[in-house]
Design a protein around this ligand. Structure first.
Ligand SMILES: Nc1ncnc2c1ncn2[C@@H]1O[C@H](COP(=O)(O)OP(=O)(O)O)[C@@H](O)[C@H]1O
Ligand SMILES: [Mg+2]
Length: 322
């Protein structure tokens, strides 16, 4: 276990018994993953893969059949740590005759925000999620995106250090999705560790540090989505223009980077530690720097191969232990 693990899941199994019969359905087949302090962790997978089930176990809402799950160093059966976590369920339902301020005041009471500071805290969170203008109108008049922001506000009103978000962008248009992404990044920059469930890959690519891909209750991939070379250095694509041909050759040898490009533009993929040197020497030789971009893994390719390469399994109909 790395010391900075905020969430640690090991060998987690969850069976559901749909009725009184003996047959059970295994939904999580012994999954392992870790969420580290300070990151935005994307938990991604197709519908029905087991994402919400996993979050519910982490929240202590349902119990695992086997395996371990810890949050902030506490087994999930402890209740002591729960004041430090926030949870926004998928498509939260709120009493729509209440106003934004009233519903947040209600959650602030539930999570024991001190009386003296509660009104100020609610106002602060409303501001943080961009709902100050609508604070005193009824939720009935809120858009889907505004309700999603109430859901996130509700999850952070007690200032938790780790926040679980279940499909925070689902059902939103591109503008609404961007607003939620910006909000998640702002919460993260304010020091909160975030784990979010989603099946929207582009949102994950834009804001997540690391991901786990879950397919039919098994982790198919876990890792950073930044691109790294074999030595573990982060790779940057540096696009230059107006270079002398001998410079291109020289730089290719010096940085061990085969250039790619079209016409006047040449892109070198180099380790982070060489970016400064490459840019400087290009500028010195009269070149132009057009773009320096951190390489991201191609999440779609990763995702599709994870989904297609899954082992054959009879997930749905395992026989229950009598
Ligand atoms: N309470 C339950 N009883 C029986 N099966 C359930 C229950 N909750 C979820 N499932 C099943 O578990 C699987 C995973 O569901 P879920 O965790 O909601 O997936 P995801 O959030 O990845 O879409 C699905 O096949 C779902 O039908
Ligand atoms: Mg779900």
């Amino acid at each position: 276990m790395t010391p900075e693990a905020i969430v640690r899941v090991k060998g987690l199994v969850k069976d559901f018994r749909p009725g009184l019969g003996r047959r059970k359905t295994r939904v999580l087949h012994g999954i392992d993953f870790e969420v580290r302090e300070g990151e935005i962790f994307g938990f991604i997978g197709p519908n029905g893969a087991g994402k919400t089930t996993t979050l519910k176990v982490l929240m202590g809402l349902i119990h695992a059949t086997a395996g371990e799950a810890e949050v902030l160093g506490h087994p999930v059966r402890d209740t002591a740590y729960r004041a430090h976590i926030g949870y926004a369920p998928e498509s939260p339902y709120f009493y729509d005759f209440l106003t934004g301020r009233e519903i947040l005041d209600f959650y602030a009471r539930l999570t024991a925000v001190p009386n003296a500071s509660r009104a100020a805290r609610v106002a602060e969170v409303l501001e943080q999620v961009g709902l100050t203008h609508a604070a005193d109108t009824r939720l009935r008049t809120y858009s889907k995106g505004m309700l999603q922001r109430v859901g996130i506000a509700q999850a952070v009103v007690h200032d938790p250090s780790v926040v679980f978000l279940d499909e925070p962008m689902s059902g939103l248009d591109p503008v609404g999705r961007k607003e939620i992404r910006d909000l998640i990044v702002a919460l993260n920059q304010a020091g909160k560790t975030i784990m979010m469930n989603t099946h929207i890959l582009s949102d994950v690519e834009m804001i997540c540090d690391r991901v786990a891909i879950i397919v039919e209750g098994r982790i198919a991939y876990q890792g950073a989505i930044d691109g790294f070379d074999e030595a573990g250095d982060k790779i940057f694509d540096v696009t230059l223009a107006s270079l002398a041909p001998d410079f291109v050759e020289e730089a290719a040898t010096r940085f061990g980077a085969e250039p790619t490009g079209r016409g006047d533009r040449v892109t070198f993929s180099v380790a982070e530690k060489h970016v400064g040197e490459l840019v400087e020497s290009a500028l010195r030789r009269g070149g132009q720097v057009l773009e320096v971009l951190g390489r991201r893994a191609d999440l779609e390719t990763l995702f599709l191969s994870a989904v297609n390469d899954r082992p054959e399994s009879d997930t749905r109909t395992e026989e229950g232990a009598a």
